[in-house]
Design a protein around this ligand. Structure first.
Ligand SMILES: [Zn+2]
Length: 284
């Protein structure tokens, strides 16, 4: 009786402690804390000065300064999965992740700060799994702009300070939770302007888009359409974009069909950090 009592009490307090600790990482608290951190404020001030006169440049998924494929002619590809957060995007596709684990498929997970807020324990668990690489999908899941440009009805960051927070606050949040600073940033919707790509570079982060759109995010896209999109456009070095935050989409069902086909064709899978990226086409 006694050991159970001790154990249960410890469990109760440890779960309470981890809940209290996780609260400190929630976006609202976390950004307030950063705004009182002199090193964050000073760094941000420097960057704002540096980009005070910079123009947005082109707006899109493949603008100058954004990488979109691996540098290889071999049949190696990167499957990347976004977790966006927000009203409809804060779920966790457990079946999909378990499938990747069962098949031992290395993958890159781009995670937004607002998704972490709703899935902190799951996020910690994923970050401990070496099969996965955790990267930055933005603090508040906004497209990255220095002038408030929008895409798919989502308003982008409205100026340089806002763009700085969108990238850097999530870098720090992920780093504090996992012990590793993300190397790559994919903006919400993958849309960014050229100034944002330069800001990210200044922060030591590479902006990554994709070169193979699976189409899993298109509402009611059937399994076979997603399978067809991926297999038809597959090529060595491809970076495929999918999601692991919408279990109601057909991502997992499609992946179950895609993976055996790709293996039959001789493809293998890598995390982004384990392979060099090809310099973006726009700057060639
Ligand atoms: Zn997203």
């Amino acid at each position: 009786m006694k050991p159970c009592l001790i154990f249960c009490t410890l469990l109760y307090f440890s779960s309470f402690y981890s809940f209290a600790q996780d609260k400190e990482f929630r976006n609202d608290k976390f950004i307030r804390h950063l705004y009182h951190d002199s090193s964050y404020v000073n760094h941000k001030t420097k960057l704002i000065k540096l980009f005070a006169h910079s123009k947005p440049g082109q707006w899109g998924e493949f603008v100058k300064g954004v990488d979109e494929e691996l540098a290889t002619q071999r049949k190696i590809i990167a499957l990347t999965f976004d977790a966006c957060g927000g009203k409809h995007g804060s779920k966790y596709d457990r079946e999909l992740i378990e499938f990747l684990r069962a098949e031992k498929i290395a993958a890159t997970l781009f995670v937004a700060g607002i998704w972490i807020d709703k899935n902190t324990e799951t996020f910690r668990m994923l970050s401990r799994d070496t099969l996965f690489e955790i990267e930055n999908h933005g603090f508040n899941h906004k497209p990255c702009a220095v002038d408030g440009e929008s895409e798919y009805g989502i308003r982008g960051t409205h100026n340089v300070p806002d763009a700085y927070d969108e990238i850097e606050a999530n870098e720090l949040k992920i780093q504090k939770l996992t012990g590793r600073r993300p190397l790559f940033y994919r903006s919400a919707t993958a849309y960014t302007d050229e100034a944002c790509a330069k800001i990210a570079r200044q922060l030591g982060v590479t902006v990554v888009s994709f070169d193979l759109l699976s189409g899993d995010a298109i509402p009611h896209n059937p399994v076979d359409t997603i399978v067809h999109n991926v297999l038809k456009n597959m090529k060595p070095g491809a970076i495929v974009i999918m999601h692991f935050n919408r279990p109601e989409w057909n991502t997992y069902e499609a992946l179950k069909k895609i993976v055996p086909q790709l293996r039959k064709l001789g493809y293998s899978f890598t995390r982004l950090q384990d392979y060099p990226l090809k310099e973006d086409k726009a700057s060639e």
